[in-house]
Design a protein around this ligand. Structure first.
Ligand SMILES: *[C@@H]1O[C@H](CO)[C@@H](O)[C@H](O)[C@H]1NC(C)=O
Ligand SMILES: *[C@@H]1O[C@H](CO)[C@@H](O)[C@H](O)[C@H]1NC(C)=O
Ligand SMILES: *[C@@H]1O[C@H](CO)[C@@H](O)[C@H](O)[C@H]1NC(C)=O
Length: 309
């Protein structure tokens, strides 16, 4: 039994919560993750770029109650990470790298707190990608729950693009750098997880995530990034590309997140204005790359190879 509900909740409500359909008002604030909006926009951008085979597979794997909307469950891994059954997934949301090194080295850095190999966000993306590649083997006899694999892959593709999810070890990716965001207390990790996104939503988009997302999509297809986008999807080997994304993140973390910031200070307009374009680009990149992964995982070729129909 999941520990999250503590018997205060009726069974059906708990089940809905398990599927991420209900956000518990009492849930502890989540540390170390793109805000709900960051994850949802990444997943919506990705779903809009799916080719028919992948769109079909995603629809098949999602529980019926979400009506085919991947983004409705993209925050699910954050909702369950403190439950007993899913506690092992905690380390999969981030990577701790050596202080000030500003590099990511998979064999040095991708491990859990107890040293368990591959237990980091880059390892998790590879893990759930290889599980999903077995989707072609048909529905019977599955070793893994591929619905969960899809939700984990979609979530972690977002996380690996959040620069501060690949941060320094001693400050826990900025979590222990307390400061102020405009008038309220926050920390450097949270600024990158949610404050910048929330401030942008309030300032420019009337708190409407759909408008923000459409702007991102516009910039992908016709705007500032349209020349770059095709290179974002470059990837020879799906299982090793997460290393590239994590390396980009620690580089951005050093250049834009940590640089010049001291605990105790107040970050406001200057920081917001100069960092919002970075955050926006990472959300869009996560979406484009999640689509690329899903399109390749579920390509017709894969299905033909495996499943006689
Ligand atoms: C891969 O997923 C399985 C469960 O689906 C889990 O037992 C294993 O620890 C995971 N490894 C990583 C690196 O995510
Ligand atoms: C797969 O995981 C989802 C989400 O945890 C769960 O609702 C579903 O029942 C699981 N499916 C199987 C076959 O265990
Ligand atoms: C889209 O690009 C324009 C022009 O560079 C920029 O001003 C705007 O902030 C961008 N919007 C988003 C959401 O990235």
């Amino acid at each position: 039994m999941a520990s999250g509900g503590k018997g205060l909740l009726a069974g059906s409500f708990l089940r809905a919560a398990a599927l991420g359909l209900v956000v518990l008002a009492s849930a502890a604030p989540v540390a170390r993750s793109w805000s709900k909006e960051g994850h949802m926009m990444t997943c919506q951008i990705a779903q809009g770029l799916l080719e028919p085979d992948a769109a079909h597979a995603v629809r098949n794997l999602l529980p019926e109650d979400v009506g085919g909307d991947l983004s409705a469950l993209c925050v699910w891994p954050d909702q369950v990470r403190h439950w007993y059954k899913y506690r092992w997934t905690g380390p999969l949301h981030f990577i701790d790298t050596p202080d000030k090194a500003c590099t990511f080295d998979y064999s040095r850095d991708c491990h859990g707190p107890d040293g368990a190999k591959d237990m980091c966000v880059a390892g998790a993306i590879a893990n759930f990608t290889s599980q999903l590649l077995h989707y072609k083997h048909g529905s019977a006899d599955r070793k893994y729950n591929l619905t969960e694999a899809l939700l984990f892959l979609s979530h972690f593709m977002g996380d690996v693009h959040q620069p501060m999810h690949v941060g320094f070890t001693s400050d826990q990716g900025g979590n222990s750098i307390d400061l102020r965001w405009f008038r309220h207390k926050s920390n450097l990790h949270h600024v990158w997880d949610r404050e910048i996104i929330q401030t942008a939503l309030a300032e420019f988009y009337d708190k409407d995530m759909g408008t923000f997302r459409k702007q991102l999509e516009h910039n992908l297809t016709k705007g500032t990034w349209s020349d770059d986008v095709s290179s974002w999807g470059d990837c020879e080997d799906l299982l090793s590309c997460p290393t590239k994304y994590a390396t980009e993140s620690i580089n951005l973390a050093c250049k834009w997140a940590y640089s010049g910031v001291h605990g105790g200070e107040t970050l406001s307009n200057d920081y917001f204005d100069s960092r919002l374009p970075i955050v926006s680009r990472r959300i869009a990149q996560g979406g484009v790359r999640l689509a690329m992964f899903l399109n390749r995982i579920f390509s017709q070729h894969n299905r033909d190879v495996a499943a006689p129909s």
